[in-house]
Design a protein around this ligand. Structure first.
Ligand code: NDP
Length: 485
């Protein structure tokens, strides 16, 4: 039987597709229909070793190229991605179930943005000169070496590029392990980098479950680990990396607040809350899932929100008119349904949605709860699905205290026309990434990441260069050594 999206083999190592059928089977299912579209194998210890060995070796000569030469290759890869955007977007839709209407604009294209941006920066990664009287010192920004990237399933192309592009720009190599739920897209990124002129082995992709990720993280040739995943996995990976004194970037989960004051433009605030809860069927780490609405506009907000939700076009993700696709997997859908049941059982009021949509795929209705209190399970735990909780508040001080009452701190947003209040509120929010009168924008030029249990380090922007390189200091004495001995 031919499978629609079957790659040549499961892994891409040293410029070639490699298979080892001894590895556990990974079935790739199209979430919109339940159809099997590819079958891959998890990496065996032999594959893990091949990937690490080849990336370690490739890194030496890659780091000797000038930044401009490295950057040119990344920018070429970016151009190829843009040329093939439609084909890559269709694959992303098969891998994740996200509607083509989204994937055409935010997946391969944001991967291309990262390759273009870091390709442009690669020639400007420099240290500084520090005058010390007659003596002086200088610093060099040098690569860390072999890096490991581990991805979540919601943005497989973007995550591979957000990690790969800055790593490679700084002269590192990378072994990337996608989530076993979405194994296909990162293979294309590896293929395209090779086609753009990247040396073999500089970006290897291997498949696998958590055990493969754990094997990569604990290997002593690895100098840096960048993970996108849940806070729970992040803590395990961070601990393992720490025992080998490795650098880390942890992009983890969130339970972010979106605060809407009663002077806000209601339609804009609803648009922001939609983007913060329904985009990618709610499977976005930075989502503003705790929506605090000031009492004066709560009724109109809920009424208009429900009216706009009713117009969301749900269905075949390959139809470009479709705005809302299935959950990534049956398991993820059942996790989300459990949360919906808990919301109902604990007394939240269901405004709309709450049901599975009949059919072959893993569809669920866009769901909104109001009358949510801070103690309810749906108020405290990351759901990672299209479930928005609306809380009522009276004043600024109260809402800030409640918004910060969580161990997570990925993002936060505020809608208000009062510019001073907007800045005052984001100043107080315990979150790494904030939005004023907007939500979930993530251009490559700005740092992205969380505080508290939502992670350490930042992706994108110039900040990512610091996280994928390290400083070497050189002290230069110009005169004699003044030694007391
Ligand atoms: P998981 O934490 O379950 O998995 C993340 C990745 O880590 C997967 O590739 C997983 O492999 C791997 N993994 C699991 N255990 C280990 C281990 N012990 N050592 C090394 N690697 C391991 O997250 P999900 O894939 O379920 O993604 C959803 C989560 O990701 C949500 O919490 C979400 O908020 C977060 N996320 C954060 C983002 C951010 O930028 N802050 C962006 C997107 C998502 P396997 O899948 O095989 O278990």
């Amino acid at each position: 039987m031919t499978l629609k999206c079957q790659p040549k083999a499961s892994h891409f190592i040293d410029g070639e597709y490699i298979e080892d059928t001894d590895g556990k089977i990974i079935e790739c299912i199209y979430p919109a229909t339940g159809e099997k579209i590819a079958e891959l194998h998890s990496a065996t210890p032999k594959i893990v070793e091949m990937a690490l060995k080849s990336a370690k070796l490739a890194q030496r000569s890659w780091s000797k190229l000038s930044g401009t030469d490295r950057g040119r290759i990344l920018r070429k890869a970016s151009d190829i991605i843009r040329e093939r955007n439609r084909e890559l977007s269709i694959l992303e839709t098969y891998d994740t179930g996200k509607p083509l209407q989204e994937t055409l604009y935010v997946d391969a294209t944001s991967g291309a943005d990262a390759l273009e941006y870091f390709g442009g920066l690669a020639g400007s990664i420099t240290g500084e000169h520090i005058p010390l009287g007659d003596d002086w010192a200088y610093t060099k920004r040098i690569p860390i070496g072999l890096c490991v990237g581990i991805g979540a399933w919601n943005y497989p192309t973007q995550i591979a590029c957000w990690k790969g592009a800055p790593a490679l720009a700084c002269g590192n190599s990378m072994v990337f392990k996608p989530s076993e739920m979405t194994p296909l897209c990162a293979l294309k990124v590896a293929e395209i980098l090779l086609e753009a002129g990247a040396p073999k082995g500089i970006f290897n992709v291997i498949q696998g479950y958590g055990d493969v990720g754990a094997a990569l993280v604990s290997d002593n040739r690895v100098g840096k680990v960048s993970l996108t995943g849940s806070a729970e996995t992040g803590k395990k990976v961070y601990a393992s990396a720490a025992s080998g004194m490795k650098h880390v970037t942890m992009e983890l989960g969130g339970k972010s607040p979106l605060i809407i004051f009663d002077d806000a433009d209601v339609e804009n605030a609803i648009g922001g809350a939609m983007l913060a809860n329904m985009y990618s069927t709610g499977q976005v780490c930075s989502n503003g899932t705790r929506v605090f609405v000031q009492s004066g506009i709560k009724e109109v907000f809920l009424k208009r929100f429900a009216e706009r939700v009713a117009k969301i076009k749900i269905g075949d993700p390959m139809d470009e008119k479709t705005q809302f696709g299935p959950m990534v997997s049956e398991k993820q859908r059942s996790i989300v349904m459990d949360y919906i049941q808990k919301g109902k059982a604990e007394g939240a009021k269901l405004i709309c949605g709450g049901n599975i949509i009949d059919g072959d795929g893993w569809f669920i209705e866009p769901t909104v709860f109001s009358e949510v209190t801070d103690e309810m399970t749906i108020a405290k735990e990351e759901i990672f699905g299209p479930v928005m909780s609306v809380f009522e508040f009276e004043d600024e001080h109260e809402v800030i205290t409640r918004a910060n009452n969580t161990d997570l701190g990925l993002a936060g947003g505020v809608f208000t026309k009062d510019i001073q209040r907007a800045h005052r509120v984001v100043d107080e929010l315990e979150a790494g990434t904030c939005f004023i009168n907007s939500y979930n924008d993530a251009p490559v030029e700005v740092p992205f990441g969380g505080v508290k249990d939502s992670g350490v380090g930042r992706e994108n922007s110039k900040a990512a260069i610091e996280h994928f390189s390290q400083l070497k200091t050189v002290y230069v004495r110009m005169g004699n050594v003044d030694s007391p001995y």
